[in-house]
Design a protein around this ligand. Structure first.
Ligand code: PMP
Length: 404
C-alpha cells in the first residue's frame, strides 16, 4: 500500500535492522521498540534523572515535569477528559488488580454479579475470581458463537439487577475477535453496571477514545504498544477514581502520615505508592507519540490486508483451520492443525527464524470451550510485511508436509 511505507517504518526498529532474517510474528506477546522510544528513555536518564515529586532541586523538577508530561501525553492519546484520570501501573495485569482491589473491594457486596466473557485473558479473570471468593460475588460468562464472536443475546440475558460490572477485552489475544464494545457498554450502563475494557491488544491497532467509548475503566500495557516493559496505565472516570480507596500503601501516595492516622493524596497519586517507573513512563509517552504520528486509518487498512493475506494463504493449506472467523477481527490469527501438534509446528518454524506463539495464550477457559489443546498464533503489527507472511506460509506448507 503506497499510503503506508513499511520499509521506512522498519528502519526505525534497531532489533529488526540488526536481525534482518528474523520473521517476528509474536507481536501480541510483546512488540519491538522504535528508536524514538529507546532514545526517550536514554535521554531521561542522561538529562533528567532524579526522583519525582520529592525534592525541591532543579533536576527533581525536570524529572517531575517529564513524568507528568508523559501522563498528559497518555491522557491526550486516549482522549481522556483530564490527565488526573491516568494512573501509572506496571501494566494491564496490575491495573486490573488495582480496580478489583480498590473499586471492587469497596463497592461490591455478597450476591453482586460480575460479567466476564469467554474471550478474556487470565489477567481479566483471576483478579475477579479472587475478589469473588473474598466477597461472595458471582461471576457470569458471556459465551461464544461458533465463529468466535460473543453471544450477545445470552449477554443481554445475563444482565440483571445484581450486575455491577462488565469486564471485557477490546481485542482477543487468543483468536482476534473484537467484541462490539459500544453496544455492550450501552447495555451494561442501562442496567447500572460499570464497564472495564481490557485494551492490552487493541492499543497497537485501534484508535481508543475513552470518551467516545463511554467506558468506566480502561487498561493497557506499554510493552504491547511499542513502549517499554514495566509500565502501563489505568484510565478511570474522574468521579470513580475520586471515590476509590488506596490499594498499595507507601511513599508518594500520602498527604500526611502519623501513627495516629494517615491521609491520602488525591487521584492519581493516591494509587501510585513508591517511586514510579519514571523512564518507562517517558518511553511509553514516546511510543504513543510515535504511533499517533502514523496515518492510523492507513495503518489499520495495511494490517487488515496482512491478516487477509495470511488467512487466505492458510485456507489453501491442507489440514489447517483458522480458529475464530468473526467479522472485523484484529490482525491476529490462530490456527489449529488436523494432523500436527502446534508445538511441533512452532519448533520447525523457529528453526527458520520465524517467531510465533503456541499454547493456550493465557486463555485456558477459551481453549477448553473450543476443545483445543492450544493453537499456533500469528500476531501482526505495523512493521510486518507481505514478504514475512509469505515466508511463514511457505515454511508452514513445508512443515506440514514433513509432519503429516
Ligand atoms: N489482557 C490481554 C488481552 C493481553 O493480551 C495481555 C497480555 N498477553 C494481558 C491482558 C496482560 O498484560 P500484561 O502481562 O502486560 O500485564
Amino acid at each position: 500500500s503506497p499510503a503506508f511505507d513499511v520499509a521506512a517504518l522498519r528502519e526505525q526498529f534497531p532489533l529488526l535492522c540488526a536481525q534482518p532474517a528474523l520473521v517476528y510474528l509474536d507481536n501480541a506477546a510483546t512488540t519491538h521498540k522504535p528508536r524514538a522510544v529507546l532514545d526517550a528513555e536514554r535521554r531521561f536518564y542522561e538529562t533528567s534523572n532524579a526522583n519525582v515529586h520529592r525534592s525541591v532541586h532543579r533536576l527533581a523538577h525536570a524529572a517531575t515535569d517529564a513524568f507528568e508530561n508523559a501522563r498528559s501525553t497518555i491522557a491526550r492519546f486516549l482522549n481522556a477528559h483530564d490527565a488526573r484520570e491516568i494512573v501509572f501501573t506496571r501494566g494491564t495485569t496490575e491495573a486490573i488488580n488495582l480496580v478489583a482491589q480498590s473499586w471492587g473491594r469497596s463497592q461490591l457486596h455478597a450476591g453482586d454479579e460480575i460479567i466476564l466473557t469467554m474471550l478474556e485473558h487470565h489477567a481479566n479473570i483471576v483478579p475477579w475470581q479472587m475478589l469473588a471468593a473474598e466477597r461472595g460475588l458471582t461471576l457470569r460468562v458471556v459465551e461464544l458463537q461458533p465463529d468466535g464472536s460473543l453471544d450477545l443475546a445470552q449477554f443481554r440475558q445475563l444482565m440483571g439487577s445484581r450486575t455491577r460490572l462488565l469486564a471485557v477485552t477490546a481485542l482477543s489475544n487468543a483468536i482476534g475477535t473484537r467484541p462490539p464494545l459500544r453496544e455492550m457498554i450501552d447495555t451494561a450502563h442501562r442496567h447500572g453496571a460499570r464497564v472495564l475494557v481490557d485494551a492490552a491488544q487493541a492499543m497497537a491497532h485501534d484508535i481508543i477514545d475513552v470518551q467516545d467509548l463511554d467506558a468506566d475503566f480502561l487498561v493497557f500495557s506499554g510493552h504491547k504498544v511499542f513502549g517499554p516493559t514495566g509500565i502501563g496505565a489505568l484510565w478511570a472516570r474522574g468521579d470513580l477514581l475520586a471515590g476509590m480507596p488506596p490499594w498499595q500503601g507507601g511513599g508518594e501516595m500520602i498527604e500526611r502520615v502519623s501513627f495516629s492516622g494517615t491521609t491520602y493524596q488525591a487521584p492519581p497519586y493516591r494509587f501510585e505508592a513508591g517511586t514510579p517507573p519514571m523512564a518507562q513512563a517517558v518511553g511509553l509517552a514516546a511510543a504513543l507519540d510515535w504511533l499517533g504520528a502514523l496515518d492510523r486509518p492507513a495503518l489499520a487498512a495495511y494490517e487488515d490486508m496482512l491478516r487477509a493475506t495470511l488467512e487466505h494463504g492458510l485456507a489453501a493449506l491442507p489440514g489447517v483451520r483458522v480458529v475464530g472467523t468473526a467479522p472485523g477481527k484484529g490482525p491476529l490469527v490462530s490456527a489449529a492443525f488436523e494432523q500436527a501438534h502446534p508445538f511441533d509446528v512452532a519448533q520447525f518454524l523457529d528453526a527458520r527464524d520465524i517467531a510465533v506463539r503456541v499454547g493456550t495464550h493465557c486463555a485456558q477457559p477459551l481453549m477448553e470451550t473450543l476443545q483445543l489443546p492450544g493453537t499456533l498464533r500469528i500476531s501482526l503489527c505495523a512493521y510486518n510485511t507481505v514478504t514475512e507472511v509469505e515466508a511463514l506460509l511457505s515454511a508452514l506448507a513445508d512443515t506440514l508436509e514433513w509432519l503429516q
